[in-house]
Design a binder for this molecule. Structure first.
Ligand SMILES: NC(=O)C1=CN([C@@H]2O[C@H](COP(=O)(O)OP(=O)(O)OC[C@H]3O[C@@H](n4cnc5c(N)ncnc54)[C@H](O)[C@@H]3O)[C@@H](O)[C@H]2O)C=CC1
Ligand SMILES: Nc1nc(=O)c2c([nH]1)NC[C@@H]1CN(c3ccc(C(=O)N[C@@H](CCC(=O)O)C(=O)O)cc3)C=[N+]21
Length: 334
C-alpha cells in the first residue's frame, strides 16, 4: 500500500467576516452610548425571496443582540408604497430597509426614491448615490459635520479591505488604495458598480467585470482627478485583467459559477460577497488571504449607517441644502 501523498499546508489565511464584524461592532457600541434610546430599524418585506427573509432574520438577531430595536413588517407588494410612506412619517422609526427585488422592474427604483432620505439606511436615495459617484463625502459642504451615507454591501467590502490592511494608512484619506489593482466580478447597480467607483475614488485601479464586458475605473494617471473616470476595455475579458490584480472580489449570484483560480496572481487577496460560493476550494493554493463571505459585516455596516443618520439628524440645525453640488474633499474616510 502506498502512503498518501500529503500536500504541503496552504499558506492562505482564511478570514471569516465575523472578525471584521466584531471589530466594527465595537465602534457601533461607542456610538450607541451617546443616545438616549435604542435606534429603531424597520424592515419591509414584500417579496417571497428566501435570501431576503434570511437576511432580514439575521439583521433582526444582530439588532437585538446589540441594543437596537428591529421590527419586520411583511406586506403584500400592492401595499409596499403605503407602508414606506407610513414608516417615513412615524416618529418612532429611525431607519427603513426595504428588501429587494419586489417588482424586479423600474418600480423598484421608484420605491427606493420614496424612502425618506433621513431614514435611508441603505444609502439608495439619489442624493447619496450622486455623492458617492461624485466622491462628495459630506452633506453639509465645507462644514463637514454630516457624512453622506454609503451603500451597505459596497461599504462592507471596503471595511474588509481596511481590516486586511490593504488600505495604506500612511497615505492621506482618499488615496489609500493607490498602487492597488482590484478586479470586481459583478457590475450590478446595487453592489458591483458602486463598489468599483468607491475603490477607484480611494485611488485603486479597478477592473469591473460583468458578462457584458470589462471596464476600467481610475482617478487617472497619478490620481490627478478628484473623482473616478471609466473606460470600456473592448475585447478584453477576465483572463486579461485578473493576472494584474492583487485583490479579486466576486459577487456572481449563481451556484454554477466558479472563478478560475489558475488566473490568480500568487498571493492575491480574494473576497466573495455573493451568497453563493464563487471561489472553489483551490483558491487556498494561490491566495494569501481569502474571505469566503461578508454578510455579517454588511449587517453591522447597516447599523453603523443607522447611527450616522441619527447623528446627522441631530446636527440638522445646520441646513444641509445646496451642499450636494459643491466639490467634495478627500480628507475623510468612508
Ligand atoms: N453579502 C451581502 O451582504 C450581500 C450579498 N449579496 C449577494 O451578492 C450577489 C449579487 O447580488 P446583486 O449584485 O444584487 O445581483 P444582481 O443579480 O443584481 O447582479 C449580478 C451581476 O453579476 C453579473 N454576472 C452574472 N454572471 C456573471 C459572470 N459569470 N461574470 C461576471 N459577471 C456576472 C450580472 O450580469 C449582474 O450584473 C447575490 O448572490 C446576492 O445574494 C447582495 C447584497 C448583499
Ligand atoms: N435592500 C436589500 N438590500 C440587501 O442587501 C439585500 C436585499 N435587499 N435583498 C436580499 C439580498 C440578499 N442579501 C444577503 C445578505 C447577507 C447574506 C449573508 O449574510 N450570508 C451569510 C451566509 C448565509 C447563511 O448563513 O445562510 C454570510 O455571508 O455569512 C446573504 C444575502 C442581502 N440582500
Amino acid at each position: 500500500m502506498s502512503a498518501p501523498i500529503d500536500k504541503p499546508p496552504s499558506s492562505c489565511k482564511v478570514m471569516l467576516s465575523k472578525n471584521v464584524a466584531n471589530h466594527l461592532l465595537s465602534e457601533v457600541h461607542e456610538g450607541l452610548k451617546t443616545l438616549e434610546k435604542s435606534p429603531h430599524l424597520v424592515g419591509l418585506l414584500a417579496n417571497n425571496d428566501p435570501a431576503a427573509l434570511t437576511y432580514a432574520q439575521m439583521t433582526q438577531k444582530t439588532c437585538e443582540d446589540n441594543g437596537f430595536k428591529y421590527t419586520m413588517r411583511q406586506v403584500s407588494r400592492d401595499d409596499i408604497e403605503q407602508a414606506i410612506l407610513n414608516a417615513n412619517t412615524d416618529n418612532n422609526v429611525d431607519g427603513i430597509i426595504v428588501y429587494y427585488p419586489i417588482f424586479g422592474t423600474r418600480q423598484d427604483q421608484y420605491l427606493q426614491q420614496i424612502v425618506d432620505m433621513t431614514k435611508d439606511v441603505e444609502g439608495l436615495s439619489h442624493r447619496y448615490i450622486f455623492n458617492m459617484y461624485q466622491n462628495i463625502r459630506f452633506l453639509d459642504g465645507e462644514a463637514k459635520r454630516q457624512k453622506s451615507i454609503l451603500p451597505c454591501t459596497p461599504l462592507a467590502n471596503i471595511k474588509i479591505l481596511e481590516y486586511l490592511n490593504i488600505y495604506n494608512t500612511i497615505l492621506p484619506y482618499g488615496n489609500r488604495l493607490f498602487g492597488h489593482t482590484i478586479c470586481v466580478v459583478n457590475r450590478s447597480e446595487v453592489v458591483g458598480r458602486p463598489l468599483a467607483a468607491l475603490l477607484a475614488n480611494d485611488g485603486a485601479c479597478v477592473y469591473s467585470v460583468d458578462i457584458t464586458g470589462v471596464q476600467k475605473f481610475t482617478r487617472g494617471e497619478g490620481l490627478q482627478k478628484r473623482t473616478h473616470e471609466v473606460v470600456d476595455l473592448e475585447g478584453k475579458t477576465l483572463k486579461d485583467v485578473v493576472p494584474h490584480c492583487d485583490v479579486v472580489i466576486t459577487g456572481v449570484p449563481s451556484d454554477k459559477y466558479k472563478f478560475d483560480t489558475s488566473l490568480l496572481r500568487e498571493g492575491a487577496v480574494c473576497v466573495n460577497f455573493s451568497s453563493e460560493k464563487n471561489f472553489p476550494h483551490e483558491v487556498r493554493d494561490k491566495a494569501s488571504l481569502f474571505v469566503p463571505s461578508i454578510g455579517k459585516v454588511t449587517i453591522v455596516v447597516l447599523l453603523r449607517n443607522l447611527l450616522r443618520l441619527i447623528q446627522n439628524k441631530r446636527m440638522d440645525d445646520v441646513k444641509p441644502a445646496e451642499a450636494t453640488e459643491r466639490p467634495g474633499t478627500l480628507e475623510a474616510s468612508s
